[in-house]
Design a binder for this molecule. Structure first.
Ligand code: BGC
Ligand code: CA
Length: 366
């Protein structure tokens, strides 16, 4: 457990007392004038002295331009405020936007360490970059929490102060598949439009290489097939978790297959909403069944409106809470296993839950 005090390398460490929470997404974009002003501040604030006893958490996002991830960052901000008033301690949250560049994220991690962050939370751009970041954190003795983008087990096990907070990708795929299976079993005639007894589908995939893309794609279809339904894939393509890309793919597929598409599986809600965008000019009774994952606010609205058949709740708030609990415990030298439910000494898993019109209320109340 690292609880040593370290000297402060950054002038930003001495913010006015009222400015508790800070979001810095532009570490590398300071102008010469700003640098000058900060240098003057440095003179007057005595930065470079021993740091105070506030908790500093550095959060590196793969990109802030992702609905699920930006909601998680917002949750973290709320939780920091809550934890501050509960503990009476100052907590500073630095949030950096990796803009989908692993090189940029590496720089951000270096800066967090140079700023004397006590805990790092990293949402990797590239999952294979985990080892390098793990070694940097270990060298500085700074506990590291990866989240949402899961490194391979060997990277997590490099050091006993590395954690992963996330949800089991396979579970989300299975739950999504079962939603479709239930719909098929409840009303096969409505779903099997061409009446051939086979479920024709297209698959909108997330970023290639992401555990959630790979496992949701595989296990959603497996759940349907395991339920005894024959499936036929018409097309699959990545839309990189992105709504506009998904709308473009779906528009192409609609041209190609028309009403031959019976189900659109989407690895996340943003892409499912993109599919819905592409269907805007198609009469509703010709729409395929569409399913997503995440249960974002706009997706829940689409479930309420009947455009989206169902989704799978990805508990971003629970994940943010687990990260906060872990960070606070690691900082205060407590036992992480007392703060969160820890699997194999390194993992915190939040459960997924299926959402349809039937149980929608449970999620819209949240
Ligand atoms: C979410 C996606 C998100 C991705 C980012 C997934 O768990 O379901 O919506 O884009 O994480 O890594
Ligand atoms: Ca069919």
């Amino acid at each position: 457990m690292r609880l040593k005090t370290r000297s402060c390398f950054s002038p930003l460490c001495r913010r006015p007392a009222g400015e508790r929470l800070e979001q810095d997404t532009a570490f590398g974009r300071r102008t010469g004038i700003t640098v000058l002003v900060l240098a003057v501040l440095l003179l007057f604030t005595g930065c470079g002295a021993q740091r105070d006893d506030s908790l500093r958490i550095g959060v590196a996002l793969y990109t802030q331009d992702d609905t699920f991830i930006s909601a998680m960052a917002q949750n973290l901000e709320w939780m920091v405020r809550e934890a501050e008033s509960e503990t009476g301690r100052k907590i500073t949250l630095f949030i950096a936007d990796g803009r989908s560049s692993q090189a940029a994220q590496m720089d951000q991690v270096d800066r967090f360490l140079a700023r004397g962050c006590d805990v790092l939370c990293v949402n990797l751009v590239d999952r294979t970059a985990a080892a390098v970041i793990a070694d940097k954190a270990e060298a500085e003795g700074v506990p590291l929490i990866f989240f949402n983008r899961q490194p391979v087990a060997e990277d997590i096990q490099r050091w006993d102060q590395i954690y992963y907070v996330g949800a089991d990708a396979r579970e989300s795929g299975e739950l999504q598949g079962r939603l479709v299976l239930d719909a098929w079993q409840a009303d096969q005639e409505a779903l099997d439009r061409n009446g051939d007894g086979i479920l024709q589908y297209v698959m909108l995939e997330g970023e290639p290489g992401h555990q959630d893309s790979l496992l949701r794609t595989e296990y959603s279809i497996k759940a349907v097939a395991d339920g005894g339904v024959e499936v036929e894939k018409l097309a699959n393509e990545t839309a990189n978790w992105n709504r506009a890309q998904a709308a473009a793919r779906t528009a192409q597929w609609l041209e190609e297959f028309g009403s031959g598409i019976e189900v659109i599986f989407s690895n996340n809600d943003d892409m499912a909403l993109g599919a819905i965008d592409a269907l805007a000019d198609t009469p509703r009774d010709c729409w395929p069944l569409i399913v997503g994952v995440d249960a974002t606010a706009p997706a829940l609205e689409a479930v309420a409106g009947g455009q989206l058949y169902g989704t799978v709740h990805n508990d971003g708030r629970g994940q943010a809470q687990a990260m906060m609990d872990l960070a606070l415990t690691l900082w205060s030298g407590g036992d992480p296993a007392q703060a969160v439910e820890l699997a194999e000494g390194h993992y915190v898993w939040l459960p997924y839950r299926a959402v349809t019109l039937e149980n929608l209320e449970e999620f819209t109340e949240e």
